[in-house]
Ligand binder design. Structure first.
Ligand SMILES: Cc1ncc(C[n+]2csc(CCO)c2C)c(N)n1
Length: 244
């Protein structure tokens, strides 16, 4: 929990700029400030009913099929986003971290989707040729535009939001006994393993370093990317949950 949220009165005066935030608390983290700036969208994403239904084993199969089909197209664009970020990353260490994640996304993660589609009787032609729904299209636009045309910081903020939201609900749902369906149980495990936690930890550190070096105007743009991404995570869950 960001330290600012503990004291609403202080938070109001700190909300506008990270610089003010740091002046009051030198240990303030830029990544925490991003969560704070996202406002209620953060909790709406991490505590969405859809995420709780994954862990409770109460997920209706049609909703999960809708989710997997959309998410498969999303992951494809996320892989392209990572390509842009690898290109823009300032150091070999950063390029190594991001490309290792890209390798995971295009191997193990792809395998999960294929096995889940098979178990849920989704034919290959359906998920390979599925057109993106409007929310996923907006998602992909934001990811590809911010990482391709924008700065490293903007693209990184989008990636951080997407991964941190999943780590947050994943760790929470992992405390419950695993549901019977392997595609639900594995989806929780994938987002609650130490390797994923450490990747998100690294993303936060990277964002803190990059964010500290930005101008206030750039920080506001980065915060907007993070917040927009957060709102789209909510819209994504809403769309598949409600079947719209
Ligand atoms: C809409 C949407 N947003 C974020 C993620 C999170 N995510 C994307 S790739 C990846 C790596 C390991 O699973 C994770 C956690 C998602 N799947 N779908």
């Amino acid at each position: 929990m960001p330290s600012h949220t503990k004291d609403a009165a202080v938070a109001v005066t700190q909300a506008a700029s990270f610089q003010d935030d740091q002046a009051q608390a030198p240990s303030a983290r830029f990544s925490d400030w991003l969560v704070f700036q996202a406002g209620s969208d953060w909790a709406a994403a991490t505590e969405h009913e859809f995420t709780k239904a994954i862990g409770d084993g109460t997920m209706p199969a049609p909703a999960y099929v809708r989710y997997l089909i959309e998410d498969y197209t999303f992951i494809t664009d996320l892989a392209s986003t990572l390509g842009y970020l690898v290109a823009k990353a300032p150091t070999m260490r950063s390029k190594a971290r991001l490309s290792a994640f890209l390798a995971l996304l295009t191997s193990e993660e792809n395998d999960y989707f294929e096995r889940s589609f098979a178990a849920l009787n989704v034919p290959e032609t359906t998920y390979r040729t599925a057109a993106q729904g409007p929310v996923t299209r907006q998602f992909s636009n934001l990811l590809l535009t911010s990482s391709g045309k924008g700065t490293y910081a903007e693209g990184l903020a989008c990636l951080l939001c997407a991964e941190w939201v999943y780590l947050t609900w994943g760790l929470r749902e992992a405390k419950k006994p695993r549901p019977e369906a392997f595609y639900l149980a594995e989806w929780i495990d994938l987002h609650a393993v130490p390797g994923f936690e450490s990747f998100v930890g690294w993303l936060r550190e990277e964002m803190d370093v990059v964010g500290n070096a930005l101008s206030e105007a750039e920080r506001q743009r980065v915060a907007q990317c993070f917040k927009d991404m957060c709102a789209l995570e909510v819209a994504f869950f809403d769309a598949v949950w409600e079947g719209s």
